[in-house]
Design a protein around this ligand. Structure first.
Ligand SMILES: CC(C)(COP(=O)(O)OP(=O)(O)OC[C@H]1O[C@@H](n2cnc3c(N)ncnc32)[C@H](O)[C@@H]1OP(=O)(O)O)[C@@H](O)C(=O)NCCC(=O)NCCS
Length: 375
């Protein structure tokens, strides 16, 4: 055992995985060997989900069967819908979503089945149920939790339709689909690691996903996309990007949506989502959010040397899609559940308990004094 401590586990290889490759030298990102650029341009979210869970891309008939399975398991229990509607809108939506997944776990027919088949069934069900969960958590949606008005709709169309209560246009669906694909998986990020640690004790899939949600919530991880939108709103009110950032620099505040533990020379996902944010702004004739974002990017790169990560341009994209800011991190969950569940399956299939060590830095050899004798 080495005595060297790697703070934040930076640079530590915590295991092996055949799911996702983050090539920090070239900056490339691949899901099971497929470049993220190709998947974003040509694949549907369902194909990517299939790829992550099953290990290969589906042919047409396999995909059709898979989609049918997803559509058939979209509904959530009526009691859960009522419970979510009762949660105060002031409660963080990630806290409510964490509770919802925990509830679903208690009622899942395969809850104690950690076999490959049992886990696959739960992974598909949970991913399919996410849009209904978000709709129930979205304070403005009062309708019931029945299946999509158009049951044949793709996952992205269903999600956007149910959250905006409208029939979305083709470009908006594609833009959300690309965001879902880009957010789906990213190797041993903090929430995936948390999910794998939970799974490694042979706990169940829903418990592991709950760990993932709790970890994703923080602003250094998934909470960043929501924080980016808050920053854009503040800058819009102030009317000056430079003044806002100068104040942040003076206070030594972190700029949300910038920097990455692994991708120090830029995030390939950001380049893709940036183009969709730009085009959506042009189509909606609301280019100010993109223009503001471009200015922020220029200043941060010039003054701090940080590159935008996926969360930065996703914020303006989600806004232009008509989605409310408190749902941005839950939308990340909607997608990352694909990666988490693929990792949980991989962990259970080749399990060894994850239990690292830490260096003790506390007091030593203390003399115990009974309570009555302590000052
Ligand atoms: C993602 C993140 C946690 C990775 O950081 P990391 O590699 O672990 O680096 P550290 O947190 O150790 O920070 C190293 C230094 O860079 C600075 N830094 C890192 N990201 C920064 C940011 N976005 N804005 C300003 N400063 C930043 C830190 O303040 C620290 O400075 P110091 O050495 O003077 O104290 C970090 O870049 C960050 O907080 N980004 C903003 C949140 C975000 O967008 N999260 C989504 C990630 S995909």
């Amino acid at each position: 055992m080495t005595n060297e401590v790697h703070h934040g586990l930076e640079g530590v290889l915590a295991g092996e995985s055949a799911i996702c490759e983050v090539d920090h030298k070239s900056g490339g990102l691949r899901y099971r060997g497929y470049a993220i650029e190709d998947l974003a341009a040509h694949a549907s979210f369902e194909e990517v989900l299939y790829l992550l869970l099953m290990g290969s891309l589906p042919n047409q008939s396999a995909l059709a069967g898979f989609q049918k399975g997803l559509i058939g398991t979209r509904a959530i229990p009526e009691k859960l819908f009522d419970l979510l509607q009762d949660i105060s809108p002031s409660v963080n939506r990630m806290d409510a979503l964490r509770t919802a997944v925990s509830y679903l776990g208690m009622g899942d027919t395969d809850r104690e089945d950690n076999s490959h088949t049992g886990n696959l069934k739960k992974a598909i069900r949970l991913t399919a149920q996410m849009p209904a969960l978000l709709a129930a958590l979205h304070v403005f949606v009062k309708e019931d939790n029945s299946d999509s008005p158009e049951p044949a709709a793709s996952h992205a169309e269903h999600l956007l339709g149910i959250l905006t209560e409208s029939k979305p246009d083709a470009f908006s669906i594609k833009a959300l689909e690309v965001a879902l694909i880009l957010y789906a998986e990213h190797e041993m990020n903090a929430s995936t690691f948390a999910a794998r640690v939970t799974a490694s004790s042979l706990s169940d899939m829903h418990s592991a996903v709950v760990s993932g949600i709790g970890t994703l919530k923080g602003p250094l991880h998934g909470g960043a996309n929501e924080a980016v939108m808050e920053m854009l709103f503040k800058i819009d009110q102030l009317g000056d990007v430079r003044i806002y950032l100068a104040d942040c620099f003076a206070k030594k505040e972190r700029i949300m949506g910038f920097g990455h533990r692994v991708l120090k020379k830029g995030d390939p996902r950001s380049d893709i989502i940036k183009q969709y944010s730009k085009e959506l702004g042009e189509r909606k004739k609301e280019t100010k959010w993109y223009e503001m974002s471009i200015k922020i990017e220029e200043i941060i790169r010039e003054e701090k040397g940080f590159y935008p990560n996926l969360d930065f341009y996703s914020a303006s994209l989600f806004y232009l899609l008509g989605l409310p800011a408190p749902l941005y991190t839950p939308l990340f969950v909607c997608s990352r559940v694909a990666g988490w569940t693929a990792h949980i399956i991989e962990q259970h299939d080749q399990n060894r308990l994850i239990r690292p060590r830490c260096r003790y830095t506390g007091e030593k050899d203390q003399t115990f004094i009974p309570l009555s004798g302590r000052k």
